[in-house]
Design a protein around this ligand. Structure first.
Ligand code: TNX
Length: 497
């Protein structure tokens, strides 16, 4: 019975690894287990500390991180950069589970971190509980070799329509890391709110940060809080990509500074949910000074390579002026040492090959391809986690239709949009707009379990993918999501355990 359960666990990994070969015997994590890392590799020691933090609450074990200079004991976890073969890439790993030890080897610490997340899923679901449990913490012996299909496996959280605080976003980062998603795209500004402190333009948060959809209190991150989030994400190999939307979706900025408006007068803050109502003035120099100041401060807070500028639904901007505006902003982003990301609409402008565009609803992203720019696939009909699951879903919108759990899973980034093939795709992104999403419970109910399907599409090879087999694996994650204390939608399409 126990062994049947164990093999279920082995077959329930999400995202599915490239290869798993079972061996003889079992490994058991013990009270005395240690995490051994290569000497002199501070980054790997950091991975060890995060893994220890992840395993400590449920096991109650200390799991000290020590270097290989100490003698290895039965039950130890070994994290190492010593690995043969260059086929693992920047994020791949080899996980070797033997009755004596677990060894996670990768060319880079990121790979070791992802291997450690696989290790968590191989342990009983109770390992994700917040309080000590009896165990036993055993895993069948095996060898896993794995690496991701795409380098960008993203999740967008709209903190502008409704604000989510530092602790809530940290819980989102935990979730992303557990499923090997490596980009948190934060939609920091929109008509209804400005959520990041900009010291050179303080009214953005004083005024623009003071409200939300429906007229709530709003909120914003101070630069210290934001830096804390970025560091928390970085320790989990999640890159934060900050988005300052423009030229449309700028109502909060326009309400904060009269001089950004054509008429020189600031309109009141908007608390409704219509789109396409605002634009920056593309013919005012103040606008470019404003954008330059904002992106300058944001670049300084951003260790990752990308700044996102949105670019969608600029219905009030003249099309030719829109193109020139995007090109000028692209130059500003580069001047601050960063690469540009925007929505598919920006592909109408002249793009640099380092720029990336998000495909969400039209065929405009195909215009990025001949320019050498890459495409991030977030088709609304598949990857918009704010779409209702079905007609009975309380939260969410339905302009792109209903997105049930199988819909979010049954698509391929390399064939989704004619004219955009495998080599044009940078990766995938699941997006959660928050017009109707106000709390952590709302957020989780919409994101889970669809996020897991997008995570798998971004990481695992497409060959052999099958919806029925996936449902069985997903079912096994019900107890895991429960153990983590997450809300999730118990889709009737999934045979939950
Ligand atoms: C479209 S997606 C938008 C957002 C809305 C979303 C709601 C995109 C780039 N623009 O402003 O929040 O639909 O689903």
């Amino acid at each position: 019975m126990e062994s049947r359960k164990e093999s279920m666990r082995l077959n329930a990994l999400i995202p599915a690894p490239i290869s798993t070969v079972l061996a003889e015997g079992d490994f058991a994590l013990k009270e005395e287990s240690q995490i051994l890392v290569d000497p002199g590799n501070e980054e790997l020691a950091g991975v060890g500390r995060v893994l220890a933090e992840q395993l400590r609450p449920a096991t109650g074990y200390a799991l000290p991180v020590v270097t290989y200079r100490v003698v290895r004991r039965t039950g130890d976890l070994l994290l190492t950069g010593a690995v043969r073969g260059a086929t693992l890439g920047d994020e791949g790993y080899e996980l070797d589970v033997t009755p004596e030890y677990v060894r996670i080897a990768a060319l880079r610490p990121a790979g070791v971190f992802w291997g450690a997340q696989t290790l968590r899923q191989l342990l009983p679901a109770a390992v994700d509980r917040p309080e000590p449990r009896p165990g036993p913490w055993t895993i069948p012996a095996m060898v896993v070799r794995d690496r991701p299909r795409f380098p960008w496996r993203g999740f967008m959280l709209d903190v502008a329509r409704h604000f989510f605080g530092v602790e809530e976003v940290k819980r989102v980062i935990d979730l992303l890391a557990a499923y090997k998603m490596n980009v948190l795209h934060l939609h920091l500004t929109d008509d209804q709110g400005w959520r990041i402190e900009i010291r050179s333009w303080p009214r953005l948060t004083e005024v623009g940060g003071s409200s939300a959809v429906g007229g709530g209190d709003g909120g914003f991150y101070t630069q210290e809080q934001y830096a804390e989030l970025v560091a928390y994400a970085q320790a989990r190999y999640v890159t934060v990509v900050p988005e300052i939307e423009m030229p449309g979706h700028t109502g909060a900025a326009l309400a904060s500074y009269a001089e950004l408006n054509a008429a020189g007068e600031a309109p009141p803050l908007y608390t409704g949910t219509e789109v396409g109502r605002t634009t920056l003035c593309t013919d005012k120099e103040t606008t470019y000074q404003f954008v330059d100041d904002v992106l300058h401060e944001l670049a300084a807070l951003t260790p990752g390579p990308y700044l996102h500028i949105g670019g969608d639904e600029a219905f009030l901007t003249d099309p030719e002026e829109y193109r020139l505006f995007i090109e000028r902003i692209q130059d500003i982003v580069h001047a601050h040492g960063k690469l540009l990301v925007g929505t598919e609409e920006i592909a109408q402008a002249r793009l640099l090959p380092t720029t990336a565009v998000l495909h969400w609803a039209s065929a405009l992203a195909t215009q990025a391809v001949p320019q050498g720019a890459k495409v991030i696939m977030g088709p609304a009909t598949r990857a918009y986690l704010d779409m209702k699951y079905d007609a009975s879903t309380q939260l969410g919108l339905d302009w792109a239709g209903h997105v049930e759990v199988p819909d979010a899973y049954a698509w391929d980034p390399a064939t989704q949009l004619p004219g955009v093939g495998e080599s044009d795709v940078l990766g995938v992104e699941a997006l959660l707009w928050t017009e109707t999403v106000c709390s952590r419970a709302d957020l989780e109910t919409m994101a889970l379990p669809r996020l897991l399907g997008i995570a798998e599409i971004g990481w695992s090879p497409a060959a052999g993918r099958g919806g029925e087999e996936y449902k069985l694996r997903l079912a096994a994650h019900g107890p895991r999501m429960e153990a983590m204390g997450r809300q999730f939608y118990r889709s009737p399409t999934v045979p939950w355990e």
